[in-house]
Design a protein around this ligand. Structure first.
Ligand code: PLP
Length: 377
């Protein structure tokens, strides 16, 4: 078989994103057992680091084994009992995934839809919540399929007024933009490691607030998904240290190191850096005559830019050229946005002026090679 030599890539897609060398180095360090005191030290650093990037004092903050979808399924399976009324605000692919999980867990599912790329106003959310009377409401904070940012309070205020708990998908926001969980009204938040945290995929950061903790404690039936049972996971990661599963130790090392790098930079400074690079990205893309997909600047994700594909240009050819000639990965659109948008991530080590120069140096040529005349770019 020989040794492994992966190609060098610049990950400008929606994720996984570029990883700092120190994170790779952490993954190469000797592993310890799943009940080793050192593992629990690392776990505690992960927990407190996650609290800082989430912006929360929630004690119940942990990293679940698995990717972002494991976090999503943990939220749904622990809080949406069969027959529970679940309202999903859907304007993209990942909201639909939450809805599908809810359906499979036997929820009485209602979807409130908008076109992909739009967000919900408080008035729209209130109207739907008052009409449907859900027990649980779910939304996607940063919709990776569209590049749109949903303001949490627009959903959480009317949900709480109606006595519902709120699940938020923070998979693309965590580590790159503020979530401010404690001020957001979000009761259960889940994320991933391979986007704003600049780590490899493999863990799902998860945090629940006091209302959700109470709901969890009061739950009478066992979660039907044994692996994601939060009560059992809290007995493993909490004071009891009771074996539940073999934690992926190297992924915990990576996350610990990625969080250390973020805290060294400063959480707020990191958010500001991503916001500044986004502003510069939009300026440069518009100077080329291209349009952002999300019309309203305040509704755009700072770390995942969705750009309209110019008329007559084959987006797959542009992506192929970038990968083959420059080692640059970007994402395409899917669902109703297939062939219509590019999804360009500017996260972590690539959210810098040099990262922008690297990207635009290649992007302009790849667009021209795919037949975009300068006037249409
Ligand atoms: N939610 C959102 C918003 C995502 O962008 C993704 C993945 O890109 C997921 C959930 C699923 O995460 P994963 O692919 O890590 O399972």
């Amino acid at each position: 078989m020989g040794s492994l030599f992966p190609p060098t890539r610049f990950l400008f897609g929606p994720g996984p994103t570029q990883i700092e060398p120190r994170v790779y180095e952490a993954m190469a360090k000797p592993i310890v057992g799943y009940l080793d005191p050192f593992f629990f030290e690392v776990n505690e650093e992960v927990r407190t680091g996650l609290q800082q990037v989430f912006g929360t004092k929630n004690e119940f903050t942990l990293a679940i084994s698995g990717t972002g979808s494991a976090g999503m399924e943990a939220a749904v399976s622990n809080f949406v009992d069969p027959g529970a009324r679940l309202l999903v605000f859907s304007a993209g692919y990942f909201a639909e995934r939450i809805a599908e999980m809810g359906r499979r867990h036997g929820a009485d599912l209602i979807r409130c839809e908008k076109p992909w790329g739009e967000v919900f106003t408080e008035a729209e959310a209130r109207e739907a919540i008052e009409r449907e009377k859900p027990q649980i409401v779910a939304f996607v904070h940063a919709e990776t399929s569209t590049g749109a940012l949903q303001a949490p309070l627009a959903i959480t205020k009317p949900a709480h007024d109606a006595g519902a708990l709120v699940i938020a998908d923070c998979v693309t926001s965590l580590g790159a933009l503020p979530i401010r969980l404690d001020d957001s009204g979000i009761d259960m938040a889940f994320s991933c490691t391979q986007k704003g945290l600049s780590c490899p995929p493999g863990l799902a950061p998860f945090s629940i607030g006091p209302r959700a903790e109470e709901r969890l404690k009061a739950r009478k039936t066992a979660n039907s998904v044994w692996y994601l049972d939060l009560k059992m996971l809290s007995e493993y990661y909490g004071a009891q240290r009771r074996y539940h599963h073999t934690a992926p130790v190297s992924n915990f090392y990576a996350l610990r190191e990625g969080l250390a790098a973020i805290l060294e930079e400063g959480v707020e400074r990191r958010f500001e850096r991503h916001a500044q690079m986004h502003a510069e990205f939009v300026r440069r893309v518009e100077a080329m005559g291209l349009r952002m997909h999300v019309a309203e600047p305040a509704h755009r994700l700072p770390n995942l830019n969705t750009v309209r594909v110019p008329e007559g240009v084959d987006d797959a050819l542009v992506r192929r050229t970038l990968l083959a000639e420059h080692g640059i990965e970007i994402g395409g659109g899917f669902g109703p946005l297939a062939g219509k948008i590019f999804r360009i991530g500017l996260m972590g080590p690539l959210a810098t002026p040099d990262g922008l120069d690297l990207f635009f140096g290649a992007f302009e040529g790849a667009l021209a090679a795919a037949g975009a005349p300068a006037a249409r770019m």
